[in-house]
Design a protein around this ligand. Structure first.
Ligand SMILES: Nc1ncnc2c1ncn2[C@@H]1O[C@H](COP(=O)(O)OP(=O)(O)OP(=O)(O)O)[C@@H](O)[C@H]1O
Ligand code: SF4
Ligand SMILES: [Mg+2]
Length: 336
């Protein structure tokens, strides 16, 4: 079980002659991902998804909050003692091209982390070879034909499988897949998503999906939790099916309204939510972070910031003063 409480992160960005500016990337985010469970972080570019994923994987420091991995509170440990815990969480980046060293064969790529692990656990060279073949087989690659190749001799989908195999060499508790299929040929994406789902079922490894694509986040599994993030704040959180089928936050509703409708097969929802402004990244509002773009804002929204709270009669939480169900989802056309 991996939990986070009140995770906060501010970046100082070098600006123009007027000086630097601060970006609040995360604003007191809470999360909880059970062993073998699945979660997805979804939201538009710059909302803080990758920062949160990197913090969870121990690759980025946070300013405030607590992270606990399998019951051990990270802030209670010295930085060097945190590493073995964070190593249980492996990140899969979006670009399998840059994630692999082009001068190393797949054998060499897998050999390095396995050698380290063999040293820690007292295994021999034969175990390394067997384990390399095993992790490749787990990700659906034929060790015999892949081990001696270089990354450029593989397709994008195969390369991403090698990246996942390398992550498996440390027997992780969780894989953090950051836009893991966005740079892969569309025809190969489903295979990678199916693989991650399969690894969850077969190995009991948790999967955290980071994506801006609602359809991808749906694929994590029916029991997954979805976190909708807007400007560093979780604005809606709950079972993936509920959040997609019955969202109550206007921002979630705007994301779902933007999904293209299958022409001739589907009809759009009757109450699509379209933000009144395209983007709002400039000033720090005092009230609701979504207020400038929200078609439903009222006076209170401008002066007070809503916090995440339970939704009456529904399993998800929301951060909106005026949550409301709206018909935003496309549905199959009658008679089709
Ligand atoms: N190292 C950094 N230095 C300064 N600012 C940063 C840094 N990393 C992220 N940021 C800023 O923090 C905010 C959140 O960035 P982050 O990369 O987490 O967003 P994201 O949701 O992953 O976006 P995308 O969908 O484009 O990948 C952005 O405003 C970004 O510019
Ligand atoms: S609090 Fe107000 S501005 Fe914010 S999402 Fe809800 S209705 Fe819109
Ligand atoms: Mg990102």
């Amino acid at each position: 079980m991996i939990t986070g409480t009140g995770i906060t992160k501010t970046f100082k960005q070098r600006g123009n002659v007027l000086g630097s500016r601060e970006v609040q990337a995360l604003r007191g985010v809470d999360f909880s991902i059970p062993k073998g469970g699945a979660a997805s972080f979804i939201g538009e570019s710059g909302c803080g998804k990758t920062t949160l994923g990197r913090i969870i994987a121990g690759l980025e420091a946070y300013d405030d909050g607590r992270i606990s991995i399998n019951g051990t509170e990270m802030s209670s440990l010295k930085p060097k003692d945190r590493q073995p815990h964070f190593r249980r969480i492996q990140m899969i980046h979006q670009d399998p091209y840059s994630a692999l060293n082009p001068t190393r064969t797949i054998h060499q790529t897998l050999h390095a982390p396995l050698k380290l692990r063999a040293g820690q656990t007292g295994r021999d060279a034969r175990w390394i070879e067997e384990r390399a073949a095993e992790v490749l087989a787990l990700v659906g690659l034929d060790p015999g034909s892949v081990l001696s190749r270089y990354p450029h001799q593989l397709s994008g989908g195969m390369r991403q499988r090698v990246v996942i195999a390398r992550a498996l060499t440390v027997d992780p508790d969780m894989l953090v897949a950051d836009e893991a299929v966005s740079m892969i040929d569309v025809s190969l994406r489903l295979g990678i998503l199916a693989l991650l789902k399969d690894l969850r079922e077969r190995l009991g490894v948790s999967v955290l999906f980071i994506t801006h694509d609602v359809a991808t986040s749906r694929y994590i599994g029916d029991d997954g939790e979805m976190y909708v993030i807007y400007r560093g704040q979780v604005v809606e959180r709950g079972p993936v099916d509920t959040v997609i089928a019955d969202p109550v936050h206007p921002y979630t509703q705007s994301l779902l309204s933007a999904i293209p409708v299958l022409h001739g097969l589907e009809e759009p929802g009757s109450q699509p939510v379209v933000p009144v402004e395209a983007l709002d990244g400039s000033q720090e509002p005092t009230g609701c972070l979504f207020a400038r773009r929200c078609p439903f804002r009222r006076d209170r929204c401008e002066s007070e910031r809503p916090v995440l709270q339970i939704t009456e009669g529904a399993p998800q939480e929301h951060a909106c003063f005026y949550p409301e169900r709206r018909d935003v989802i496309a549905r199959p056309m009658s008679g089709v």
